[in-house]
Every structure is written in structure tokens, then in C-alpha cells.
Design a protein around this ligand. Structure first.
Ligand SMILES: O=C(O)COP(=O)(O)O
Ligand SMILES: [Mg+2]
Length: 222
């Protein structure tokens, strides 16, 4: 790997397992609407394109009225943002890896389709906020992944060129956004991918975040 000067991480499905809190918030909304609740597997298949899309998929899957979507998205965000970090936890190896990367002097960023407010709440609740010099949420810019703009905005804040950066995500949108931004990509083989990981088009797959530090450290030493 050529010289690496910054790493951008996706949040949901990559740094944190947030599916239970998302499921619980969706289900409060569905119950209020008189619709059936969804299970963890269903919600995982709906995560990745931001909160409005999650609500749209949940309402469509349970036979609700999609014409009321804007109201339902607003209500979902109120419900979710009040309890975004109740059951959400960092995946194995995440905290140690972030600390190790910072010790190597690498600036780190988060680029997520999750709303910025909930993103900051979760990072703070899990003690991860201090590792990141740039955090871009799904509502920070008019565009979100798979558009490259959020990645380019994070790299601008970090002062690093795309060719010197690496994006790590769990979803094809992460890989597409990174490619469009001219950034290398790794994909994790856990998380909420809607496609088989081998088909995401990432430069490399990693099974756990703990694999990252040795790869990056070896590159730095080479
Ligand atoms: O909020 C979502 O749907 C997904 O967020 P992510 O971009 O962190 O995977
Ligand atoms: Mg993700």
C-alpha cells in the first residue's frame, strides 16, 4: 500500500453494531402506526442508506402509508436520537485499533449516512469521539454515500489528499463512494452488507478490525 496519511471509517456495521437500537426505535414507530414489528435480521437488511431510507423500507415492508413518510421520518428521528446508544456497542478490536492508529500519528475520520447528532452521541457514549478529527453525518451535506462528497469533505478537514487515504466500510455504498472519491477501500466481512462481501469491489476484506493495525503498521515500516 502506498503512503497512507489518513483513514476514514464508516460507522454502522463497521465501527459499531447499532442494529438493536435502530430496531427498537423503528418498532416504537411501527406500533404507534398500528403496524407489525420487524426483527433484527429485517432491520439489518434496511440499514445503510440513512434514516429516511430505513423508515421508508420499514413502512413499505409492513404495509404502511408511504405518503406520510416525511412525518414518520421526523418522528423516528426523535425516538431514535433519544436512545441511540442504549444497546449500541463497538465491534471487537475497534477501540484498541483506533488508539493504535492514533499512536502512529494517523488522522482519522468518520463518514456515515447516520444523522450527525446521533453519530456524535454514539461516539461519545462509547468513548470513541476523541479519536476522530472529522465527522460527517448523513445530514451534514446535501449529498450522502454513495456520493463521494462526504468523503472528500472529511479529507479536506483532515488536510489529506484522496490518494493518501483509505476508507473502511461494510456496505457497497462505502466502496462506491470511496472509488468515486479516488480513495482505496477495505471492507469488513461483518456488518450489514446487502451483497456478499466478495462482490463489494473493495481492495481488501478484513474479518475483524484487529487486522487493520498490523497491515497499516507494516506499510508504514516498509
Ligand atoms: O444510518 C445508516 O443507514 C447507515 O449508516 P452508515 O453509513 O454508518 O453505515
Ligand atoms: Mg455501514
Amino acid at each position: 500500500m502506498s503512503l497512507l496519511k489518513a483513514i476514514i471509517f464508516d460507522l454502522d456495521g463497521t465501527l459499531v453494531d447499532s442494529a438493536r437500537d435502530l430496531r427498537d426505535a423503528v418498532n416504537i414507530l411501527l406500533v404507534q402506526e398500528g403496524l407489525r414489528q420487524i426483527d433484527l435480521g429485517e432491520v439489518k437488511s434496511m440499514i445503510g442508506d440513512g434514516a429516511p431510507k430505513l423508515v421508508e423500507r420499514a413502512i413499505a415492508a409492513t404495509g404502511g402509508d408511504l405518503s406520510r413518510l416525511p412525518t414518520l421520518v421526523t418522528r423516528f428521528l426523535e425516538i431514535y436520537e433519544a436512545n441511540a446508544s442504549r444497546h449500541t456497542e463497538a465491534y471487537p478490536g475497534v477501540a484498541d485499533t483506533l488508539a493504535g492508529l492514533r499512536a502512529l500519528g494517523l488522522p482519522l475520520g468518520v463518514v456515515t449516512n447516520k444523522p450527525f447528532g446521533a453519530t456524535i452521541d454514539i461516539l461519545e457514549a462509547l468513548g470513541l469521539r476523541t479519536y476522530f478529527d472529522a465527522v460527517i453525518g448523513g445530514d451534514t451535506l446535501p449529498e450522502r454515500k454513495p456520493h463521494p462528497a462526504p468523503i472528500l469533505a472529511a479529507l479536506k478537514q483532515l488536510g489529506v489528499a484522496p490518494e493518501a487515504a483509505l476508507m473502511i466500510g461494510d456496505n457497497y455504498h462505502d466502496v462506491q463512494a470511496a472509488r468515486a472519491a479516488g480513495v482505496r477501500t477495505f471492507a469488513v466481512t461483518y456488518g450489514y452488507s446487502h451483497k456478499p462481501h466478495a462482490e463489494l469491489g473493495a481492495d481488501r476484506l478484513i474479518d475483524t478490525m484487529s487486522e487493520l493495525l498490523p497491515i497499516v503498521a507494516n506499510t508504514a515500516a516498509a
